[in-house]
Design a protein around this ligand. Structure first.
Ligand code: ADP
Length: 199
C-alpha cells in the first residue's frame, strides 16, 4: 500500500501470528541496506539528486540483488526454511515509476523478477490517500520526497492500474484498510490460512 496505509502495523501482527503457528518468518522491505539501497535512500530523502528514469534502474538493480544474492538473498533465505513477508515487491515499481519510465520496461522487469521469485500472496491495503496523508503528517517522522499528497494519489491509482494490467496470474487481495487494525488483521489472516494452510 501507499505510505500510511498501515503496512508495518499489519506486517508486525502477521509475523506474530505466523510465529504463534510455528512458522519461521523474516520481515523484508525495499530498498535494502546494500550500497544501491543506500543510494536510493539518499535520493528519496533529497540528499542526492537523480533523474527518475535512473532511479527506476537503481530500484531494479536493488531488487534483483535482494532476491538473488547468493548469501543473503530472498531465494537463499527461502531455501534455508524461512517464510518471508516483504513490505513492497515488484508491483511497487509500476506504482512509483510508471510516470518516469515506459510501462513496457516495467512490464519486462516485473516479468524478470517474477521469473526469479513470485509471491505466494500479495495484499494491497486500500485506503483513501487523503487519510494516509493525514496519518503520515501525524506520525511526524521524516517525510520523504515521495510522501506528498499528489504523489500518494498517483501512486494509489497506479497500483490499482498495475493490478488490473499485470495481476492476472498473481494472488492479489485488495483489502479495505479503512477499518480497525484488528479487523484488517483478521481478514488478512483468514486469507493466509485459506491459501497457505495452517501449519
Ligand atoms: P505504513 O507502514 O503503510 O506507512 P503504518 O503501519 O506505519 O503505515 O501506519 C501509519 C499510521 O497509521 C501509524 O501511526 C499507525 O498506528 C496508524 N494506523 C495503522 N493502521 C491503522 C488503522 N487501521 N486505523 C487507524 N490507524 C492506523
Amino acid at each position: 500500500g501507499i505510505d500510511g496505509s498501515g503496512k508495518s502495523t499489519q506486517i508486525n501482527l502477521l509475523k506474530e501470528m505466523f510465529e504463534k503457528h510455528g512458522w519461521e518468518v523474516l520481515l523484508e522491505s525495499e530498498p535494502t541496506n546494500n550500497p544501491v539501497g543506500k543510494m536510493i535512500q539518499e535520493v528519496m530523502t533529497g540528499k542526492i539528486t537523480l533523474a527518475n528514469e535512473s532511479l527506476a534502474a537503481l530500484f531494479l538493480a536493488n531488487r534483483l540483488e535482494h532476491i538473488s544474492n547468493p548469501i543473503n538473498g530472498l531465494n537463499q533465505k527461502l531455501k534455508n526454511g524461512y517464510n518471508i513477508i516483504s513490505s513492497r515487491y515488484y508491483f511497487s515499481s509500476y506504482a512509483f515509476q510508471s510516470d518516469a519510465v515506459p510501462l513496457k520496461w516495467l512490464e519486462e522487469s516485473g516479468e524478470l523478477c517474477k521469473s526469479i521469485l513470485k509471491a505466494d500472496l500479495t495484499f494491497y491495503l486500500n485506503i483513501d490517500p487523503e487519510l494516509s496523508y493525514e496519518r503520515i503528517i501525524k506520525r511526524g517522522k521524516q517525510v520523504e520526497l515521495f510522501e506528498n499528497k499528489e504523489k500518494l494519489v498517483k501512486t494509489h491509482n497506479q497500483y490499482l492500474n498495475a493490478f488490473e494490467l499485470y495481476g492476472r496470474d498473481e494472488n492479489i487481495f485488495i483489502i479495505n484498510a479503512e477499518k480497525s487494525i484488528q479487523e484488517i488483521h483478521s481478514e488478512i489472516w483468514s486469507i493466509v490460512e485459506s491459501k497457505l494452510g495452517n501449519a
